[in-house]
Structures are given as C-alpha cells and as structure tokens.
Write a protein that binds this ligand. Structure first.
Ligand code: ZN
Length: 292
C-alpha cells in the first residue's frame, strides 16, 4: 500500500510526505495509534518511499492490473530483496536466530545487533537504510538500549521506525529519542475508496483481487479489516434483497457462506483468501440472478 492509499490518516500522511520531500529525517520515528490504524502499512510505505525512484513523497502503488509497474527499488522491497530495508518482527527474528517463529515473544538484543550491523554496512550511493520494528513494545530492555546506543552516533541515511499500539510499554528513554507520529483510529465502516461498497465489488471483475491486496500485511491488522468487509457484504446483501433474501435460494446460500467464511476467519483462515472468496460469491450470485 502507498501513503496515498492509506485511509483516514491525512495528518500523519501529510507529515510523512513533508519528511520525504525535505529529507531532514530524525534518526528514529515512533508510529503510535490504535490497532488497525494502518501504522505498519504506513511505515512500510514510508521506508520504500525513501528509496523510490519514481516518486518524491510516496512509494509506488502495489502492482495491480491497469497500473504502471513499480520502480525497481519498490519492486525489490516488495519481494523482500532489498538489503537496505529490514522488517523486524517475529519472523525476522526467527530467521536471524534460526528459531521457531511461533516462539518469538519478545524482540531480543541479538536481533537488534543484527539490525545495527546491517545499518553499518555500506549501501549503494544515496540509498537509505530503514529498520521497521513492528510491535516495538516487545523490545526487551537491553535490546531497547542497543537501539539507544545506535542512536548516539547514527549512520548517515539510516532511520528506525518503531511501530506500536502500546507506546507506554516502551522505555521512556527510547520514547524521548523518537519523533512521534500519531495515527488516528479509523472507524471500520469509514468509506475507503471502492472498498466500502459491495455494489462495486459485483460490478468490478478485479474486485476480489484488489480487495484482498488492499488488506494490511500484518495478520492481526488484516483480520479485523477482513471481518468488517464480510459484515459489510452480508449487510449489503440483506439490504439489497430486503425480505426477498429469505425467499431467494441463491442469496440465502451466499449469506450462509459469508457466515461460514467469518467463522473460518476466527479460526485463523487467511484474511486475503477469505475476502477474495466472499467477493467471488457475491459476483457468482449476481451472474446467476441476472437474466441472460
Ligand atoms: Zn517506487
């Protein structure tokens, strides 16, 4: 997702764009705000934007049919092939320490030492190095202190982005060294481009794909958004058909399927797949019921 596509965060996005244009960055940023506000998406977009060769104050949008392909830098970042961009989370730590991802409860000092080593490596002329620390409240104190030490003499063109919905759990010394960027709560029912209207999903053959791609990358953020989309689809269908929905066999089956998908989501089904299937079901219904 690009900064431009981030719903409901005009203030934070305006601030980030200004940083991108002026390139006078603090060595550490702290993204705070409620879960589901898009902090992690914003951090990732901002990190990509720093090295984007196509845009000054944003990254390239994700590849989708009908849009220009992303620049080589954004494309490499999306594929996880950009050595200058570190996305520090449980999976990253598991890979660095050669451990089981499910067992990573906190961000530890060895992981942070690894990040710091990458920061010290030379990169191609003019490129920025970014470490996006997701769930930064999971930093253990000595790992947080390693960051502080790194901030004493920050390498040029290196930036930390700490992301958390629980900033109070961070060491005060870390909080005070970061420039804070606050993200507002986004009401789930807020209109967000075409995402919010199931009537559009039915018309647009690409909708199942674009909806799924539009979900946040982090599972814990994608899940509530996917749930909201399923609810929206169900409510729309009921509204569309009114009482008829109970008389119409096919629509009733779709409602039942939507319920089943929602249940699957609660049992850890993949949010993208769930949303894609829901949109496909709505489209199927539309084509069945349309007189040919
Ligand atoms: Zn780009």
């Amino acid at each position: 997702m690009s900064l431009a596509a981030l719903p409901g965060q005009e203030r934070a996005v305006r601030f980030l764009r200004r940083l991108l244009v002026t390139r006078s960055l603090p060595p550490a940023l702290l993204f705070t705000g409620p879960q589901g506000a898009g902090k992690a998406d914003a951090a990732w977009a901002f990190a990509k934007a720093l090295n984007c060769t196509a845009h000054k104050d944003d990254c390239c949008p994700l590849p989708a049919p009908g849009t220009a392909s992303p620049c080589p830098s954004c494309s490499a970042a999306e594929k996880g092939l950009d050595p200058d961009l570190q996305r520090v989370d449980a999976e990253f730590q598991a890979a660095v320490l050669d451990e089981d991802a499910a067992k990573q409860k906190s961000l530890r000092i060895d992981t942070l030492r690894h990040v710091l080593r990458v920061f010290e490596m030379r990169s191609m002329e003019g490129r920025w190095k970014t470490a996006v620390l997701l769930d930064a409240h999971r930093l253990v104190p000595d790992a947080a202190n390693a960051i502080l030490k790194g901030l004493e003499e920050p390498p040029p063109r290196a930036v930390w982005i700490l992301v958390t919905h629980r900033p109070a759990e961070l060491l005060a010394t870390v909080r005070s060294r970061c420039q804070s960027v606050r993200f507002a709560a986004v009401p789930l029912a807020a209109p967000t481009t075409s995402e919010a209207d199931p009537a559009d999903w039915v018309k647009d053959p690409m909708a199942p794909f674009t909806l799924a791609e539009g979900l946040p990358r982090e599972l814990h953020l994608a899940r509530p958004r996917a749930e909201a989309l399923l609810d929206l689809a169900g409510a729309w269908l009921r509204r569309q058909r009114g009482r008829e929905v109970y008389a119409s066999g096919p629509a009733r089956f779709v409602l039942r399927d939507l319920e089943a998908l929602r249940a699957a989501l609660r049992r850890n089904a993949d949010p993208r797949l769930t949303v894609e299937l829901a949109a496909l079901r709505l489209q199927e219904l539309d084509s069945v019921e349309k007189p040919r």
